[in-house]
Design a protein around this ligand. Structure first.
Ligand code: GDP
Ligand code: MG
Length: 297
């Protein structure tokens, strides 16, 4: 009997919308990171821990690498993504099948400095009818930088995820487990609750607006068999506030209702959810405001 275990960090990097959060959820076998059909959903650096019999993989889900460094929020997102690839054992670089964009070139540029093994995941292969088209695409990327391995994936359907995991495990250093076996994340319930509310805002509001919003949990308490949660939705302008609330409060009601349902599943409890909307001018342009809201540490 040998007790050798391996354990290490894996950064999932890639431009927005390639499916990083979906992949993380698939690899972990549960929904941890929110996903949406719009870019920039992930704002935080998030740890997801997958523990098997003899190995433990600690995934870091990074915000997309953004070329647009116009405001403080984007600058911070970039710093987080760059910092996250420096301290890991393996980098998992995700691109989308046959959808190479300028932003992918930017990720490639950031990875040039990276000394770690880089595994390329080519996601969304379920969308490609003629799989033969993939070959020249893969060859072209392989010419761009040395890769430890390449995996065509469907994060959505789970295709090739076990093979990918086996390869990652192979690259991890021998180490004791850094997290208890039953711990799947370092994030609090409050964090997940605010992310669920943000996901609903993204799903129910049009276009760019949700990215100008942030959610702050104001209170979180258990009374009898009910968890009372109050959350503040910060917007930049009163016109945005009107949109979030909607006619006769209808929009906010729909958002709150669908958030409540998901939070009840997550926390396995009945929830009383209250949402408020307040104007905080130009928050994404001010570093100080980011700090106040806990986005920057
Ligand atoms: P992220 O910004 O890289 O974290 O991307 P997300 O995980 O939020 O996914 C962006 C969009 O792509 C969502 O609508 C996902 O449902 C979709 N998506 C992710 N993986 C797949 C996949 O394997 N196949 C297909 N068809 N869609 C996917
Ligand atoms: Mg994401």
């Amino acid at each position: 009997m040998t007790n050798k275990t391996v354990c290490g960090y894996v950064a999932i990097v890639g431009r927005p919308n390639v499916g990083k959060s979906t992949l993380l959820n698939g690899l972990l076998g549960q929904k941890l990171s929110i996903t949406a059909p719009k870019p920039q959903t992930t704002r935080y650096r998030l740890l997801g821990v997958k523990t098997n019999e003899n190995n433990q993989i600690i995934y870091v889900d990074t915000p997309g690498l953004h070329q647009n460094k116009r405001n403080a929020l984007n600058r911070h997102l970039n710093r987080t993504a760059v910092a996250s690839i420096e301290d890991v054992d393996v980098v998992l670089w995700l691109v989308e099948a046959l959808q190479w964009r300028e932003e992918d070139d930017y990720v490639k540029l950031v990875l040039e400095r990276c000394q770690r093994p880089v595994i390329l995941g080519v996601n969304k292969i379920d969308k490609i009818k003629n799989k033969a088209e993939l070959l020249p695409y893969l060859q072209e990327i392989a010419l761009k930088r040395p890769l430890t391995d390449v995996f065509p994936l469907s994060a959505y359907h789970g295709d090739n995820l076990p093979e990918l995991e086996a390869k990652i495990v192979n690259l991890l250093p021998e180490s004791v487990f850094l997290f208890p076996r039953d711990q799947i994340t370092d994030r609090s319930s409050r964090f997940f609750v605010s992310e669920i509310i943000r996901e609903k805002l993204i799903r129910h509001l049009a276009a760019e607006l949700p990215y100008r919003l942030t959610v702050e949990i104001e209170h979180f308490s258990t009374e009898k068999n009910l968890i009372h949660i109050g959350a503040m939705i910060w917007v930049e302008k009163s016109s945005q506030k009107a949109i979030v609330i909607g006619r006769h409060g209808q929009q906010l009601k729909v958002i709150g209702e669908s958030a409540r349902q998901d939070i009840e599943i997550l926390l396995e409890s009945k929830i009383f959810l209250q949402l408020w909307v307040k104007v905080k001018e130009k928050w994404s342009r001010s570093e100080h405001a980011l700090q106040q809201l806990g986005i920057k540490s």
